[in-house]
Design a protein around this ligand. Sequence first.
Ligand code: HEC
Length: 153
Amino acid sequence: MSPAARLALFCGMALAVAMPLSAGLASWRGVTNPTQAHIDYMLKCQGCHQPNGAGNAANTPPLTNEVARFLLVPGGREFLGRVPGVASTDLDDARLAELLNWTLYRFDGAHVPADFRPYTAAEIGALRKAPLRLERLETRNRLIAQMEPHPKQ
Ligand code: HEC
């Protein structure tokens, strides 16, 4: 086989391996480095929210099948960037924006709206300057009250 043919074969194989992965992640908007986002989730979030996003009935709400529903009600997008676990985490704005986008797709992709605009570093930077404090529970309850109920199982 000529070197050119060998190169073509190699590239074809590399593409075949890479394609399914990139096709799946292409729909994860605003997540350029999912591996980094996953690591950041493990280090900064899963102690409370659990590796599988299930949370903890005693003190931490589940992300799984829930978190992106906030994007569907007015004020929910801002809430997600201002909730203390997000706003006060020890990551820069760009890494945090990626992590929040990743969290939405990873745990609740089905509720991410088709026209979702991913969080940017600038938006997260502005939101986290006004973190929610004690009023967060009332805000959260008000948002949840506006959500469509989950369909009956
Ligand atoms: C110390 C525990 C803790 C840590 C660490 C934590 N969270 Fe949370 N998170 C909570 C609690 C509790 C709530 C519910 C709102 C509140 O009371 O702050 C919440 C709410 C949220 C929400 C809003 C959804 C909802 O149902 O309220 C998102 C999104 C979220 N967390 C993502 C993250 C991400 C991403 C990280 C890591 C950067 C993180 N959290 C770290 C405890 C935590």
